[in-house]
Design a protein around this ligand. Structure first.
Ligand code: NAP
Length: 251
């Protein structure tokens, strides 16, 4: 699988780095993408030392409009054959809706919604042409209910889940498999960036990524890692909405 690349956005750390490890373990060469050059180079070195695959690191701030086209152009210019696309990069915003700065929500929505949508649209035609390929979009268990005090983030993940299910339907007869991974609370830099402590019950990014990769390989549509998250999915939406509000409300 030497020249077959898996492109993983947000692969410098957290769930994305672990998904890149899963892909490399299956023999895919890697294109890892992140906004911070130092973190990305560190991840590249670590992946290259662990796996005998090519690892191409592309620095790109995917929260900027037009960045998906910029990334696609760079991949095309280098002649890299992307057979697996993992849209993982994302962050959350918290607080009462009117207090979250417009530009912060805009960047979050571009990163979580616009860029993955555009990357799917850009890479799908060549996958359809070859009648093969895989796309894994990272949503969240937050996609299943509204999230007061993190409303735009939860809504962005509902979009990812809905869009992924729609694409999956379209792509099924054209040889391309599209799946959504819906992690629950996971021990990464995610909560720290939101300004919160990581809850003690958080899953490890390794186990989340392994479940996601297993699900992708098995052709699952919606992958919810961990027994607790699977059970929480069954809880009525109104109850989950209430508990999300308690968790995300700052005072
Ligand atoms: N942790 C959780 O509890 C949890 C739960 C459900 C869903 N998720 C989702 O899982 C995905 C991965 O998050 P994580 O938990 O692994 O968090 P993380 O450790 O903060 O990782 C996020 C990744 O995205 C990259 N990224 C952030 N901003 C970027 C930008 N503007 N351009 C390009 N890359 C950017 C980061 O790298 P750089 O900062 O170096 O660019 C990093 O590699 C996200 O979509 C998140 O919404 C997380």
């Amino acid at each position: 699988m030497d020249n077959k690349y898996a492109l993983v956005t947000g692969a410098a750390g957290g769930i994305g780095f672990e998904l890149a490890r899963c892909a490399a373990g299956d023999g895919y060469s890697l294109i890892i993408v992140g906004s911070n050059e130092d973190r990305l180079k560190t991840a590249q070195k670590s992946l290259e030392s662990e796996f005998p695959v090519n690892v191409v690191a592309l620095v790109q701030d995917l929260s900027v409009p037009g960045s998906a086209e910029g990334l696609y152009g760079e991949v095309e210019k280098r002649g890299l054959d992307v057979v697996c696309l993992v849209n993982n990069a994302g962050f959350g915003t918290i607080g009462p809706a009117e207090t979250i700065p417009l530009d912060k929500d805009e960047r979050m929505l571009t990163l979580n919604v616009i860029t993955p949508t555009e990357l799917c649209k850009l890479f799908l035609p060549q996958m359809y042409q070859k009648h093969s390929g895989k796309i894994l979009n990272i949503a969240s268990t937050g996609a299943f209910n509204p999230g007061p005090y993190t409303g735009s983030y939860f809504a962005s993940k509902s979009y990812v889940l809905s869009y992924t299910k729609a694409l999956r339907y379209e792509a099924k007869s054209r040889g391309v498999q599209v799946s959504a991974l819906c992690p629950g609370t996971t021990r990464t830099r995610f909560f720290e960036k939101e300004g919160m402590d990581t809850p003690v019950w958080a899953m490890s990014p390794e186990s989340v990524a392994r479940a996601g990769w297993r699900g992708l390989r098995a052709g699952c549509g919606v992958i919810v890692p961990g027994m607790m998250n699977k059970l929480i999915r069954l809880v009525p939406s109104g109850i989950k909405t209430f508990f999300t509000a308690q968790m995300k409300k700052s005072d």
